[in-house]
Write a protein that binds this ligand. Structure first.
Ligand code: NAI
Length: 345
């Protein structure tokens, strides 16, 4: 089985070749992203393997179908870049729902600690033998309230980490997991209480119609002065202009962003020699209390290996006509064993 692998990076290849060779899946690596201009590269392949910033919209799906491509294998959890309605009846779509929730949750905590303990500033100072502590005062996480929006795999690991720091957790999810609510240190509530009471807010829900710009002018208005915002989920959850205004007005004390709404043409690439056209991103990055990483939260050895193993299993199950729980449902966009977007078991 031959698969056209788009947006390939050097760190992808070894794990995909290892698992692919073992199971008869041959990957052809293309550095370009999949979009309407590059879709012709998929001619002669049985499937495409894509990542978060490939464009899998209706025209691309239509063309893939005409090229007799049968399967789209997402090597990520989020699938907001795939037009599932367009894929219905034409191509099967698989994803990797979980590869290392620890990778993303741990990166989220790394960003938080870096930000509030001013590690990014201290690192640069000490490189220059500047050992002054002025301006590096942080605050304890112990006893602070963290609001976690989205308590799925990653959100729950992040909650565990926060509990280890002695933080109080307020949680919100469309489908709460009541087993984690102890009525004390972890408590489900509504979004409004999260915005009003949290010292830190971390986003771990998917991007969809309900969650798009969940952080906006109105929600930021409700927040405590000095709130720290963490987004390692999807850029579209945050209205970046509203965030910028709230940082300028000192409402937001710090922001840590691993994702950005307009990241598709920027993140994962070296743009250091280019003029930054995105004024909002440039302004955010210029702020001393904003830390941006470029969709890096997933990037651990363990996650890369799990992604490759699961993607190859998805493809061999497709090839062999086996049932597979990672196949996305056309109607609700989760799995074939689902109800209103929630996996049943
Ligand atoms: P998950 O599916 O296990 O959990 C998502 C949770 O969000 C579920 O509990 C679900 O009920 C909840 N949810 C759905 N709609 C909601 C709504 N309208 N309001 C509140 N909660 C809602 O997903 P997982 O693995 O925890 O991943 C979370 C997100 O993290 C993904 O959607 C993806 O966007 C992002 N991600 C980012 C990565 C990175 O490298 N920065 C890597 C992997 C995932």
């Amino acid at each position: 089985m031959k698969i056209a692998f788009f947006d390939a990076k050097p760190y992808d290849k070894s794990a995909f070749d290892k698992y692919g060779e073992a199971d008869g899946i041959e990957f052809k690596y293309f550095e370009t992203k999949l979009n309407e201009d590059t879709v012709e590269l998929a001619a002669g392949y049985d499937g495409v393997c894509v990542f978060v910033n490939d464009t899998v919209n209706a025209p691309v799906i239509e063309r893939l179908s005409r090229l007799d491509v049968k399967v789209i294998a997402l090597r990520c959890a989020g699938f907001n870049n795939v037009d599932m309605n367009a894929a219905a009846g034409k191509l099967k779509v698989y994803r990797v729902p979980a590869y290392s929730p620890y990778a993303v949750a741990e990166h989220t905590m790394a960003l938080l600690l870096t930000s509030i303990r001013r590690i990014h500033k201290a690192y640069i100072r000490s490189k220059d033998f500047n050992f002054s502590l002025s301006g590096l005062t942080g605050f304890d996480l112990h006893g602070k309230t963290v609001g976690v929006i989205g308590t799925g795999r990653i959100g729950r690991v992040f909650i565990d980490i926060c509990r280890g720091f002695g933080m109080k957790v307020l949680a919100y999810d469309k489908y709460p997991d009541t087993s984690i609510d102890n009525g004390d240190t972890v408590r489900y509530t509504d979004k409004e209480e999260i915005f009003r009471q949290s010292d830190i807010i971390s986003l771990h829900c998917p991007l969809n119609e309900e969650t798009a710009h969940i952080i906006n002018e109105e929600s930021l208005e409700l927040c405590k002065k000095g709130v720290v915002l963490l987004n390692t989920s999807r850029g579209g959850l945050v209205d970046a202009e509203a965030l910028l205004s709230a940082i300028k007005s000192r409402k937001v004390g710090a922001a840590c962003l691993d994702v950005y709404e307009e990241e598709a043409d920027l993140f994962f690439e070296d743009n250091s020699g280019h003029i930054m056209e995105d004024d909002t991103l440039a302004r955010l990055i210029s702020m001393p209390n904003v830390i941006v990483t470029s969709h890096q939260a997933f990037l651990t050895e363990e996650a890369l290996s799990n992604i490759a193993e699961t993607t190859v299993k998805n493809l061999t199950d497709f090839r062999d006509g086996e049932k597979n729980r990672n196949e996305l449902c056309y109607t609700c966009g989760v799995t074939h064993n689902c109800l209103d977007g929630k996996v049943l078991s």
